[in-house]
Design a protein around this ligand. Structure first.
Ligand code: HEM
Length: 186
């Protein structure tokens, strides 16, 4: 055996908690995106009263903002712990960070994360409100339906881009975790 005491020591326990927290955050952040796209969209189209539909859209997207926001906070806290402790955990005190794929993938992952957060911010603060306003104008003030349609297309493009990036970030996390590959020289 490797001389360690049986069972999970403190280091392993903290690792388990951190990976769990990282994955819980991902579930909270990514899960509702699938739900909004594939469950809420079709359901919304069956609602006859347009103002009800608008109110529900507002409530659901605001809730997603909270749930997804908490998810991102958990992801970042746990991810920071995981990257701060990786050398100890894998007993790699000396290897250059970018000499192995682990470090290279991490850097790419952080850059893509910034892009994803930027897309999310534009969606939350510009594209989303623009769609809700266009819907409101159309329903209550005779605004053109074409404005709703183009705002909806833009919103869908941002949703898809953000979701694809989140899925790519997950692949990169799992690639880092697959040390048979990620500890090879880059
Ligand atoms: C500040 C942000 C983040 C940091 C610092 C971070 C860091 C890390 C680290 C160090 C690992 C562990 C790799 C290993 O096993 O040694 C990891 C795993 C992982 N990360 Fe992240 N990450 C961040 C954001 C994200 C985001 C936004 C996603 C996806 C939406 C994500 C998805 C994953 C996944 C799926 C794993 C694999 C979990 C496992 O099987 O152990 N991470 N991350």
């Amino acid at each position: 055996m490797d001389g360690h005491a049986k069972g999970a020591g403190l280091e392993d326990t903290l690792r388990i908690i951190a990976v769990w927290t990282h994955i819980l955050g991902i579930a909270l952040f990514v899960g509702p995106q699938f739900f909004l796209a594939f469950a809420w969209g079709p359901a919304a189209r069956t609602i006859k009263d347009q103002n009800t539909r608008l109110d529900l859209t507002r409530t659901l997207t605001r809730r997603f903002g909270w749930i997804g926001g908490i998810g991102i906070v958990l992801i970042v806290i746990a991810g920071s712990f995981l990257i701060a402790t990786w050398r100890d955990y894998y007993a790699q005190p000396d290897v250059g960070f970018t000499d192995i794929w682990y470090g290279v993938i991490f850097i790419v992952k952080m850059n893509l994360l910034i892009v994803m957060l930027a897309i999310l911010a534009v969606h939350m603060f510009y594209v989303g409100p623009r769609l809700v306003n266009a819907m409101d104008e159309h329903i209550n003030h005779g605004g053109p339906e074409s404005a709703v349609r183009s705002a909806r297309m833009l919103s869908m493009a941002f949703s898809i881009a953000g979701l694809l990036l989140a899925l790519a970030l997950m692949v990169m996390g799992v690639m880092m975790n697959t040390t048979g590959f990620s500890f090879e020289n880059s």
